[in-house]
Design a binder for this molecule. Structure first.
Ligand code: SF4
Length: 153
């Protein structure tokens, strides 16, 4: 019984740690403004309800991974938004032997590598989206999107 309780709390701590890595309410609002969308338009774009958008912005609900992924994608594709970047394998000076095994290379997504699971960053594949985003958030490929002015968010 004790071990079940320990497992429960360990799992909860892990989840809390991962949630901290996600787009938070302020960031979500920042991205919506950047996209120049109302809450209703944002709900339509993300295939969710206005109530959900409101909850993300108020911090009543954490932003799920699939929503975070779509938001980052839309922000990255906005006309006149972030300048087109070099491919990640150029920025990261990724050796050819790694590059040819990486989905970012396979799917010609060098500037969208953060969008694709299974990339071989720092030599290893991350197990899931949360682990991947933990790495991507500190990476110079994704940084211009999260932090266009170069100031810490
Ligand atoms: S860590 Fe993320 S953003 Fe950086 S190269 Fe890998 S997939 Fe791209």
């Amino acid at each position: 019984m004790v071990s079940i309780i320990k497992l429960f709390y360990r799992r909860r701590r892990l989840n809390e740690t991962f949630l901290e890595l996600r787009v938070d309410s302020k960031e979500f609002l920042y991205f919506r403004k950047k996209l120049n969308k109302t809450q209703k338009e944002m709900a339509q774009l993300l295939g969710t309800s206005v109530k959900a958008i409101h909850s993300y912005e108020q911090g009543w609900r954490s932003v799920p991974g699939h929503i975070e992924r779509q938001v980052l994608f839309l922000v990255s594709r906005k006309r006149g938004g972030v300048r087109r970047q070099k491919s990640c394998w150029v920025i990261k000076k990724c050796p050819r032997k790694h590059r040819v095994r990486c989905p970012a290379w396979e799917f010609q997504a060098g500037y969208l590598c953060w969008f694709i699971n299974g990339t071989i960053c720092e030599g290893t594949v991350q197990r899931d989206w949360n682990k991947k985003m933990k790495m991507c958030r500190d990476c110079e490929v994704l940084q211009p999107l999260l932090n266009p002015e170069g100031s810490a968010t």
